[in-house]
Write a new protein. Structure first.
Length: 318
């Protein structure tokens, strides 16, 4: 049986390859923001979207200069056949997109970096969704998701601003509380990003939703305009979620994870397990009670322990 070898990088590139390419061409957009920028472009209701459009956005609107056709081929392999295609898989509702999770200590500097990173990711998604357009007709559910993401972006930016101000005191207990809030906001951001992706996918493929909402692309000015028009304070725009008292660290069969359970705005419960690699596992199903969510987490740990590689129960996962 004969086979054809793919060109280097085609379909096999990793985040490490993408990071090296961005560094070589001095891309001002970090990898975490590029990922959401490309995902937004993939999700966009525009019928024709080239991967090169958001790629140029990452460099401020113009592609970097390439010295040869080989360099162009490498970029195509790493970005288009690699990262773009991997992100396209998140259009499948069974493989939803998740913002990256990693261990974060409750210190002023690490929380500042986390808040800035999340703000960049959310802005990247909206910028990719709108591309070079200032306004766009969006399906209603996608519009609602973008409004929610604008509110979350404002909160992440607000947290970053406070943390960057050395004149503001930051006691340890407040930093720990802020860390939990940022983690909860990240879960809500995941939900809203996937809500927009699925809504736009349906509108492109079947035109089942009414394209009736005009949304400003500029996420920062949009949040200011909404506050002025609606007379709302920023605190009033915070998404409705509450952490269950059943959230806890759990060890089963030598595997230690953090089980997080949050109530949503529909009075149902979201289950997230953060494993030993700081990877987030969020259930698509929402539960009627927080006890049901905890029971499901314990069942998964008992029956599928290999899904959650263990570490010492004394080492916290933040």
């Amino acid at each position: 049986m004969s086979s054809t070898k793919s060109p280097p990088g085609r379909g096999t590139s990793t985040d490490k390859d993408v990071q090296a390419l961005l560094a070589r061409y001095r891309c001002p957009t970090p990898l975490h923001a590029l990922r959401t920028l490309l995902l937004g472009a993939i999700a966009s209701p525009r019928m024709e979207v080239s991967p090169m459009t958001p790629f140029a956005q990452a460099w401020g609107g113009e592609l970097p200069e390439f010295a040869s056709a080989d360099e162009v081929e490498e970029v195509m392999g790493v970005i288009v056949h690699g990262l773009w295609n991997r992100l396209s898989e998140h259009q499948n509702a069974r493989t939803p997109f998740r913002l990256p999770r990693f261990e974060v200590l409750p210190t002023r500097q690490t929380l500042l970096e986390l808040a800035r990173m999340r703000a960049q990711e959310l802005k990247g998604f909206v910028d990719g969704l709108f591309g070079t357009d200032d306004e766009m007709l969006l399906p209603q559910k996608a519009h609602e998701a973008v409004v929610a993401l604008a509110e979350l972006h404002a909160m992440f930016e607000g947290a970053a601003g406070l943390l960057a101000d050395d004149t503001k005191r930051a006691p340890d207990h407040e930093l720990k509380g802020l860390l939990r809030n940022l983690q909860q906001m990240t879960i809500v951001a995941d939900e809203q990003i996937n809500k927009a992706v699925q809504s736009c996918k349906r509108s492109r493929g079947q035109r089942l939703e009414t394209m009736s909402t005009v949304m400003s692309r500029k996420i920062r000015s949009a949040q200011d305009d909404d506050a002025e028009e609606n007379g709302m304070a920023a605190d009033d725009d915070e998404p409705d979620f509450v952490e269950s008292p059943l959230s806890q660290h759990v060890t089963r069969n030598g595997v230690t994870v953090r089980v997080d359970i949050y109530g949503d705005s529909d009075h149902r419960w979201i289950l997230e397990i953060v494993d030993a690699e700081n990877t987030s596992h969020v259930w698509d199903e929402h539960f009627e009670t927080d006890q049901q969510a905890l029971d499901e987490a314990l069942r998964a740990l008992e029956e599928e322990p290999l899904e959650f590689l263990g570490r010492s129960s004394k080492q916290p996962l933040n």
